[in-house]
Structure formats: C-alpha cells, structure tokens
Design a binder for this molecule. Structure first.
Ligand code: NAD
Length: 474
C-alpha cells in the first residue's frame, strides 16, 4: 500500500519550523503543569475511544486486519496504558526526598522528575496505533513536547492519527509529521532530547548514528528471531494452539511472534499434528477443505503489509531446504500466505537467516535442552523467548542459560500486556523499555537536587584551600 492518494507528505522544508514550535512550547513551560498533562492524557484516551470504528476501518484498509484483532491487540492495550498512567501520574511526578547519611540530612536531597524536553517518536506499521501513541503518552506524562512520525507503510492509520492529533491534543506541543525516508532524515538532523524508535535493526543503526551527533538518548524497540523451546513433557494440544495463534494473529507480523520452534525428534510429529489441528479449529468452518491457512475468503486473517514483505516471505519459502508440513499456499492478489509450518529446518536454512515477521514457522529438531540452548546462544539475542514445559525447573533451566528481552513460560505474546512488566529488548533486539511507570520514566530526567545552608560552612570549611595535612586528619 502506498501513501499516494491517501495523504500528502509533510513538506520537508516545513519540518524545522515544527521542531521550533515544539521547542518554544516546551520552553514556555506549559507542559510542566501536571493538571495540563492529565487533561492531554484524558484527551488521548478520547482520541482512541471516540474513533474506535475509524481505527478498525483504517487497519482493515491498510492490511486487512480483522476488527477483533485491532480491538483486542491495539485499542484495549492502549486504553489500559492510558488509564494506568493517568491514575498514577500525580504520584510518579512528585519529587522524592532521598534517604541519605546523617551528615547530609539537612541539605534536602531530592530527586525531581523533570521532562527531558522535545522528543521524537518514530512508529512502525504492524501495530501502528499502540507503537506510536503509547510512547507519545509517555512524552505527555513526563511533560515533554513531541514530534511524532507514524509509519508510512500503514497509510490509512497514519493519516487518521495525523488528522486526529490536532483535534484532541494541544497542537503547539504534539505535532505529527507524515512521510517516509525524506521526512525521517530531515527530522534526524534536528536536535531532540530523546528519540523513541520502533522498527528494524538496520534502520535503528541510521537513527543511532544521527542521534550520536547530538548525544541524544534513545529507546530502540527492535525485533529478532524469538524462539519457542518445546520440552517433551509439554501439554502439546494447548501449546500448539498458542503457537499457532502467534502466527495467525496479524498474520504473524508481530515483533514478539514465535519465529521458530526447537523440539526433540520424538515430540516433533505430535507437535506438528497438533498445530495443524489447532489451525483448523481457528476457522469458521473447520470441516471445510479450505480451513487450513484461511486465505482469500477469510476476512479474519490479515494480509502481508506490502509487496516488499510479501516478496521477501515468498522468497524465504522458495529458498528453504526444509519440508512444508502444512500450509504453503499463497494468494498474490490478496497478499496472503497460509500459516505455513516447515519441518526439517537446519540452522543454516534461509528461514533461519532473518526475522520471519510473517505466518511461516520453521521447526528445528535437536536432541536435547542443552543443544537447544547452544542453538539460541549462537544467535543474536532475541526480543522474546518462549518455553513450553509442565516442569518449572525446565523453564528455569532455559531462562538461566539464555538472554532475551522478555521470557514467557507456556504462553506467547502476553508479556506485552501484563501490567507491571517492562517491554523492551536487549542486544540486537534494542535497548530501553517502556509500559506503565517506565513509559513515564523513559521521557523523564531524574534531576538530583540539594540545598546547602550557608551556616554549614562551619562544617564544610575544611574543604577550602590552603590544603593542609591537618585538615586531612579531621
Ligand atoms: P522499518 O524499520 O522499515 O520502519 C519503521 C520506521 O522507520 C518508519 O516510520 C519508517 O518511516 C522509518 N524509516 C524507514 N527508513 C528510514 C531511514 N532511512 N531513516 C530514518 N527512518 C526510517 O519497518 P520494518 O522493517 O518493516 O519493521 C519491522 C521490524 O520492526 C521488525 O524487525 C520488527 O520486529 C520490529 N518491530 C519491533 C517492535 C518492538 O516493539 N520491539 C514492534 C514492532 C515491530
């Protein structure tokens, strides 16, 4: 889908003035007022609530995402985050008097939660509401002003957000920029006080280089190949359904989807058969022959976002040396690919060469848990790691010997929406995190403050020159 005809890009030469506007608004101080921030947060909530249907339609137009997935996967999590931040902002934004040693008690050592300043949020297309608006929520809560760039790959949603922002929020403080590389490049020349980027690791390097010019701190929410380790004792029917859900929902275009499965040769046939049954059960009509991957006719199954990703996924399927266990059909016109499970995949297969980010699931067999751990350790640190076993000790064994942004035992995706858990990567999956209070913290600076009474010079006098050995002994 091209943005052509859906919106006009923001002219590149207008971007510095937008930045200046956000900067002047920040300097003028209106964002410091907590009551003002809370009004803006409330408005952000209304922006989503009042326009639920429009968001559903925009996502349908962008990549055929079913309404159910937009409501449960974006609208509801966004509302949850907004409510949590709104409810706690008074508490989080309060200065904190720190405990100190007896000698410094009288100096009122205090940490103030201060806004970083003018921030840039660059979103991506697969969850184009939450991945843009939750970071924006953090910027508002912390008292920052922000420029926000929605992802051009989901143009209907980008346009909708850009139309709605000035209607609901203070347009001198929160300013959208529509466009692609030219606009992103123009934005990155400007000095921001924080950049929050969600997207691929390759582009993240461009962002990080540009940010380095201004020593701008970054949050990088990237992706990677997230493995699922399946033990022989796993509850196969339940976990097969969970794994298939991670590949079906949003057509597997999820940064924390299961990217590949590690399983022993004994359990592999049982798992594959159970995954096929699970996928059939997702159909409105499980008895029909077409119930497998839910292609053209199924409006409950999303398309691949664009020709580039569709072509990339097709090429991966064409190049694999593994065997298709089920699925594999493609519909070029609809840009849909059946949920496809590929067995007998080796570590050097095309399917293991990059993050899949689509409805294809390679299954790799390995003899035991230690071989699985080595397989994971030899690769870049993933954004998520899933372990399926009925034995907590097995889960702990894997957790203690691997690294990943998040770790879930016996389920998929859920850590994104469990209140209290941070969401973010490590290593190649990015750095920084957010959700809940951390969304506020991301855009805040902990300003250390102390107030030293002049009478204390009676005690401090020894620090002044002349430096005598007698003073050192005191
Ligand atoms: P992408 O990285 O190409 O695009 C994301 C954003 O980067 C867009 O707004 C785009 O305009 C901007 N951009 C593109 N080229 C640019 C350039 N040269 N300079 C500056 N900005 C530029 O998107 P993609 O690769 O299709 O996204 C998929 C990736 O995003 C996957 O790796 C996925 O795992 C990751 N992802 C991560 C999360 C997370 O929360 N960790 C969420 C969703 C997706």
């Amino acid at each position: 889908m091209s943005a052509k005809g859906i919106y006009d890009d923001t002219p590149v030469d207008s971007i510095p003035a937008k930045h200046e506007q956000a900067y002047q608004t920040f300097l003028a101080g209106k964002t410091r007022d907590i009551a003002w921030r809370k009004r803006q947060i409330k408005q952000l909530g209304f922006l989503i609530q009042d326009n639920e249907d429009k968001f559903v339609k925009a996502l349908e137009a962008d990549f055929g995402r079913p309404a159910f997935e937009t409501i449960t996967g974006e609208i509801n999590p966004a509302k949850q985050e907004i409510n949590e931040v709104y409810d706690h902002l008074d508490k989080w934004s309060k200065p904190v008097r720190v405990k100190t040693t007896f000698a410094w008690k009288g100096v009122k050592p205090t940490v103030y939660q201060e806004p970083k300043g003018v921030v840039l949020v660059i979103g991506t297309w697969n969850y184009p509401i939450t991945l843009l608006l939750i970071p924006l929520l953090g910027a508002i809560a912390a008292g920052c002003t922000a420029l926000v760039k929605p992802a051009e790959q989901a143009p209907h949603t980008a346009r909708l957000i850009t139309d709605l922002l000035p209607v609901y929020l203070d347009s001198s403080a929160f300013i959208p920029v529509l466009g692609a590389i030219d606009q992103a490049t123009a934005l990155l020349k400007l000095k921001f006080d924080h950049i929050f980027y969600t997207g691929s690791g390759g582009i993240a390097k461009i962002i990080a280089r540009a940010a380095a010019e201004h020593l701008t701190p970054l949050t990088l929410e990237l992706g990677g190949k997230s493995p699922a380790v399946v033990f022989d004792d796993a509850n196969i029917d339940v976990i097969a359904r969970r794994i298939m859900w991670a590949k079906y929902t949003n057509a597997g275009q999820i940064c924390i989807s299961v990217d590949y499965v590690l399983v022993t040769p004994e359990t592999e046939p049982k798992l594959i058969a159970a995954m096929q049954r699970a996928l059939k059960s997702f159909s409105d009509d499980p008895s029909s022959a077409a119930a497998n991957g839910a292609l053209t006719a199924n409006t409950n199954y999303a398309r691949v976002i664009n020709e580039r990703h569709y072509g990339r996924l097709g090429k991966l399927l064409d190049s694999t040396k593994g065997d298709i266990a089920f699925g594999g059909k493609r519909d070029d016109k609809e840009r849909k690919i059946e949920v496809t499970v590929v067995r007998n995949v080796k570590g050097d297969d095309a399917l293991m060469s990059e993050e899949i980010f689509g409805p294809i699931l390679p299954v790799v067999t390995l003899p035991n848990k230690d071989a699985m751990i080595r397989f994971i350790q030899e690769r870049e640190t993933p954004l998520a790691l899933y372990v399926f076993t009925q034995n907590d000790k097995n889960a702990q064994y894997i957790r203690e010997r691997t690294r990943s942004g998040g770790f879930v035992h016996n389920d998929v995706l859920v850590h994104f929406m469990i209140p209290g858990l941070p969401f973010g990567g490590t290593g190649a999956a990015g750095y920084g995190n957010y959700h809940g209070k951390r969304t506020f913290d991301t855009f805040s600076h902990e300003r250390a403050s102390a107030s030293i009474p002049t009478w204390m010079d009676a005690i401090l006098a020894s620090r002044y020159p002349p430096y005598t050995s007698a003073k050192l002994k005191r």
